[in-house]
Design a protein around this ligand. Structure first.
Ligand code: FMN
Length: 167
């Protein structure tokens, strides 16, 4: 039987939550990623860069913006060995400056997504999916990119029913 994979990027540390800066033990996208894993019985993989952004929110904002401006591809700690076993990839990320963190571009550029189904989910603070769905289509030629779901970072603990419907 074919399996699905939840691949996600998420940053804990200092983050906006309900309008104020707060230290999070688990990032918002990671909460949703684990929910999707449970609901779909998928494998799960966390996309992590070798040099993580700062724990300080404002510094992180600037680092991520610089990487985006320079179209960087941050080096990742590791990759899944292969995506061959997976027909469906649930791809999760926070909205960073209107699209995905650059490390997610690194991840997508590493594999051949021809004929794979990608279901994007994103957490954000007001910008929704931004340009991310378009960007995924550009990077993953041949993939079928389904309509994504955007979730407010502060609502991640109350979205199980919405996620079920979207799945
Ligand atoms: C570097 C950076 C850039 C961000 N840019 C945006 C943005 O353009 N639009 C938006 O709605 N939220 C933006 N946010 C807020 C995050 O998308 C939101 O807090 C998200 O839930 C964080 O997910 P995480 O905890 O899984 O990392 C940004 C946050 C960071 C750290």
């Amino acid at each position: 039987m074919s399996k699905s994979l939840v691949a996600f990027y998420s940053r804990a540390d200092e983050n906006y939550f309900k309008g104020t800066l707060k230290m999070l033990d688990v990032g918002n996208t990671e909460v949703v990623a684990k929910m999707i894993k449970e609901l779909t019985n998928s494998d799960i993989f966390k996309i992590e860069q070798v040099n993580p952004y700062s724990k300080d929110y404002n510094e992180c904002i600037e680092q991520a913006r610089a990487d985006q401006r320079e179209n960087k591809r941050p080096t990742l700690k590791e990759y899944p060995k292969s995506l061959d076993d997976y027909d469906v990839i649930y791809l999760g990320y926070p909205n960073y400056w209107g699209t995905m963190p650059m490390a997610v571009f690194t991840f997508l550029g590493h594999f051949d997504f021809d004929k794979k189904i990608i279901k994007p989910f994103c957490t954000h603070e007001g910008s929704g999916m931004g340009n991310s769905e378009r960007d995924i289509k550009n990077v993953c030629s041949g993939a079928v990119v389904k309509k994504g779901i955007a979730i407010r970072g502060s609502s991640v603990f109350n979205v199980k029913e919405d996620i079920k419907k979207w799945i």
